[in-house]
Structure formats: structure tokens, C-alpha cells
Design a protein around this ligand. Structure first.
Ligand code: OAD
Ligand code: ZN
Length: 264
């Protein structure tokens, strides 16, 4: 494994343009469950009921208690989650001038909390709201957003009380919803992310199963343009056939060692 780590360090050090492409696995060591690992989110609830706008509305109508329990547990998890050594290493790599951008499928804001400045969020951000009518955006502090959610799941959980407690648009007064991408909805910042992937000499793939498109195309674009792919994943890597370097391990354990190796 140390050989692969050295090779990864060498590629990153030698490249003029490195990006990271991350998924739920980078936040696993922050206590946030992934989607598809055993015991993951899609093991506990179904994507049809909890991963689509239509599904969430019918879950709210038909199984409000199940929705409340799921949201309460998720909010507790998010409240406790802090950046782990994998996030911290990516922020350090950016400060060292060795990482141009992080493209993430995560909505947890942990890359920004760790200190990364240039983060592209394909699936949105849980702490940002979007107007359901005019699509205006309102950003909230994490704690502020969490208390909005807390307030919504307390007491009666029905459509009129959710609408009443949700933030309102400052431009048109309509109800706002979390600015996250559910199944069937368009991803965000896709063209910018594809352009970064095409330019990248190295794409570092961390903690994603690479199963959800179009996000999953990112490493493929880098490879097609002649760049290298480095994949770090402990259980089910999504890009084995594509990766120049594959490291079996957790991002929070491997990334700090790569940084040490780069500094040598
Ligand atoms: P998945 O749950 O599909 O994959 C998580 C990956 O992280 C797996 O390959 C694990 O092996 C790996 N993993 C687990 N622990 C890790 C660790 N400590 N370090 C590194 N890797 C680890 O999650 P995503 O690929 O992010 O989208 O899923 C993609 C999208 O599917 C999500 O953005 C979400 C979901 O449905 C939407 O909801 C639109
Ligand atoms: Zn509006």
C-alpha cells in the first residue's frame, strides 16, 4: 500500500491541475452514514419515499411519524458532524497550491468547514434554501438552518405547518425549500464541473461508489482527456478499471499520509 501512496503523492506533486471528486464516504468518518454501504441511508429508508420530491410529499401525507423520526436522526447526525482528517487534508492540499477544486456530491458543507475555498456542489447544500417560485437563494448559518428544520419537525408535521414554518423568499415572499438535488432533479454546477474534470491532470476520487449520473462521469472525463485518476476507497471503489492508482483505505486515514509523503 505504501507504494501506491507514494505514487499518488508523486502524481499530485507533479501535476499542474489536480481536482478532488468526493462522495458520502469522505464524511463517513465524520459520523454521517453513506447511502449504499451496509446500514447506509438507502438501507434504512427507500429512495422512492425519501429521495424524490413526490415521494417526500406522500411520505409527509401518509407516514409523518416515519418522516419525523428519519429527519430527527439525520439532523442530530448533521449537528454533530465535524470535518475529519480527510476533509482537513483536502483543505491543506488547496492551501499548498496543489488542489484547484473540490467537486462534491455531498450536501453537508464539511469541505467548506474544513477550509476549502473552491467547492462545487453537484447535489446542492442542506443549509441553503431556494425559492420554490422564483428560485432565489438564501444562505443560512449551519445552526440557523438546523433550527429551522428542528422547528419544522416539532409539533404537527403536515403540509400547512411545514409551509408556514419554512423560510420565505426575500424577493417574492414564496415558500423556500432546501437547495438540495433530489432524484429526478437537475444537478447543479455541472458544466463548470465537467470543464474542471476535462482540464484536470489528476482527479482524486474519494468516497464515492460512482453510481449516480451525471456526477459519476467526472473521473471518466478526466481519463478520456488523458489525465490520471487516483481512487481511495475502503470497500466498494467505483472506478477500479479507470484508476491509475487505487488505494484501499479510508480517506481520513490515507489522505494525511499522502500529504506527509508530498511534503517529504
Ligand atoms: P455511496 O453510498 O453510493 O458510496 C459511498 C462510497 O464511499 C462507497 O464506495 C464506500 O466504499 C465508500 N466509503 C465508505 N467509507 C469510506 C471512508 N471512510 N473513506 C472513503 N470511502 C469510504 O455514496 P455516493 O457515491 O456519494 O445523491 O452516492 C452518490 C449519490 O447517491 C449521493 O450524492 C446521493 C445518493 O443518492 C442524491 O441523493 C441525488
Ligand atoms: Zn421567490
Amino acid at each position: 500500500m505504501i507504494e501506491e501512496i507514494r505514487k499518488a503523492a508523486e502524481l499530485i506533486k507533479g501535476a499542474k491541475y489536480t481536482i478532488a471528486f468526493t462522495g458520502a464516504g469522505v464524511s463517513q468518518e465524520s459520523g454521517i452514514p453513506t447511502f449504499r454501504d451496509p446500514g447506509g441511508i438507502w438501507d434504512i429508508v427507500s429512495p422512492e419515499e425519501f429521495g424524490t420530491a413526490q415521494g417526500l410529499i406522500s411520505t409527509l401525507l401518509n407516514k409523518p411519524d416515519k418522516l419525523r423520526e428519519f429527519l430527527k436522526n439525520s439532523l442530530d447526525t448533521m449537528r454533530k458532524a465535524k470535518p475529519n482528517p480527510g476533509h482537513v487534508a483536502l483543505a491543506e492540499l488547496e492551501r499548498m497550491g496543489l488542489l484547484k477544486a473540490v467537486i462534491t456530491q455531498n450536501i453537508d458543507n464539511l469541505h467548506q468547514e474544513a477550509g476549502n475555498q473552491n467547492v462545487y456542489e453537484l447535489h446542492g447544500n442542506l443549509y441553503r434554501f431556494r425559492c420554490t417560485q422564483c428560485r432565489d437563494i438564501r444562505k443560512f448559518e449551519k445552526n440557523e438552518a438546523l433550527s429551522i428544520f428542528d422547528n419544522i419537525i416539532e409539533g404537527e408535521l403536515d403540509i400547512s405547518s411545514v409551509m408556514e414554518k419554512a423560510p420565505k423568499c426575500l424577493s417574492c415572499g414564496s415558500v423556500m425549500r432546501p437547495d438540495v438535488v433530489l432524484f429526478g432533479e437537475p444537478v447543479q454546477q455541472l458544466q463548470e464541473s465537467f470543464a474542471l474534470a476535462a482540464q484536470a491532470e489528476v482527479t482524486l476520487v474519494l468516497g464515492t461508489s460512482g453510481t449516480v449520473y451525471p456526477a459519476a462521469l467526472i473521473p471518466r472525463i478526466t481519463r478520456e482527456r488523458g489525465g490520471w485518476v487516483i481512487e481511495i476507497n475502503p470497500y466498494s471503489p467505483g472506478y477500479t478499471e479507470l484508476a491509475t492508482v487505487s488505494i484501499q483505505g479510508k480517506s481520513g486515514e490515507i489522505m494525511p499520509v499522502i500529504i506527509e509523503e508530498i511534503k517529504k
